[in-house]
Design a protein around this ligand. Structure first.
Ligand SMILES: NC(=O)c1ccc[n+]([C@@H]2O[C@H](COP(=O)([O-])OP(=O)(O)OC[C@H]3O[C@@H](n4cnc5c(N)ncnc54)[C@H](OP(=O)(O)O)[C@@H]3O)[C@@H](O)[C@H]2O)c1
Length: 250
């Protein structure tokens, strides 16, 4: 695919993410605490997470490896980070959740499969086929982006781990999280994920990686706003000083 078509596709994809934001704010994506029975067929929550997330590293790896671009140290590091993130998200994270017996709508699984195919294609194809051989791990921008990525991943992992430990085995209810990373925001896991993929975009410095960072924010800022509203409705003693996802601001 020539660069013009690829860039047009990526820009259209970014625009689509932005157009969906108002809908995502008004209609909370129906999984986890926002699941509702009237969203059609449902499947086991853990199975759904595995199916929808495992697509991403498969598609990414396929296009990365079959592409003819020269693979530099930077491309291989980005490939490794993507793979590590998604091996955790698809094969480990679902089994760390205490969601036994919970369901996820097939519609969410299907739309996430579509998203992960498009996102895996754009990023794998760019790095595998279109990336100029200029991406090296000792470039200052790559190092700064790498640190941002690691900071985001650590925050995401720490916050998710705290949430997962709030439930005793067999529990499926919700409690107020009080770990320090929740002091200023209700959803530090979502904030961490946004920081993580922003770091990846700084490292990769291409339109495909930017589109993933935009999609992550466009998905997770509305989700965090909805979680935050839900917490405040649910718990009278919910900490006043918390915002949804950006400390002091949002
Ligand atoms: N890159 C992206 O676009 C993207 C999109 C979606 C998700 N993600 C990532 O995937 C991970 C999961 O996302 P999510 O939106 O499902 O996160 P979440 O709503 O915060 O839930 C995370 C896990 O913790 C449990 N949990 C949450 N709050 C709890 C509480 N107050 N008390 C007890 N248990 C609680 C949830 O159970 P329930 O499921 O029963 O609520 C779930 O198992 C996050 O790391 C997120 O960043 C990334």
């Amino acid at each position: 695919m020539n660069e013009f078509y690829f860039n047009s596709l990526a820009w259209a994809w970014i625009l689509f993410a932005l157009l969906l934001v108002p809908f995502q704010i008004l209609i909370p994506a129906p999984y986890g605490r926002h699941t509702r029975a009237n969203w059609g067929l449902q499947v086991d929550n853990r199975l759904g997470w595995m199916l929808m997330e495992v697509i991403s590293p498969i598609v990414f790896t396929f296009f990365f490896l079959q592409g003819s671009a020269e693979k530099t140290s930077g491309s291989w590091v980005l490939f490794a980070l993507w793979t590590l993130h998604y091996v955790h998200r698809s094969l480990i994270f679902p089994w760390r959740t205490n969601t036994k017996g919970k369901k996820i709508p097939l519609l969410i699984v299907t739309s996430a499969v579509f998203f992960n195919m498009a996102n895996g294609f754009l990023n794998g194809y760019y790095l595998g086929e279109m990336q100029a051989p200029t991406l090296f791990i000792d470039h200052p921008r790559f190092i700064v982006g790498g640190l941002v990525f690691l900071l985001g991943a650590a925050l995401n992992f720490r916050a998710d781990t705290h949430l997962l430990r709030l439930r005793k085995p067999g529990d499926t209810g919700y409690k107020i999280p009080y770990h320090p990373v929740f002091r200023r925001v209700s959803c530090p896991n979502h904030l961490g994920e946004i920081i993580e993929w922003t770091g990846f975009a700084i490292m990769a410095w291409n339109i495909a990686a930017v589109s993933f960072a935009v999609w992550t924010a466009a998905n997770l800022i509305p989700r965090a706003l909805n979680h935050h509203r839900w917490y405040k409705r649910q718990f009278e003693d919910y900490p006043e000083e918390r915002r949804a996802v950006i400390p002091y601001i949002l």
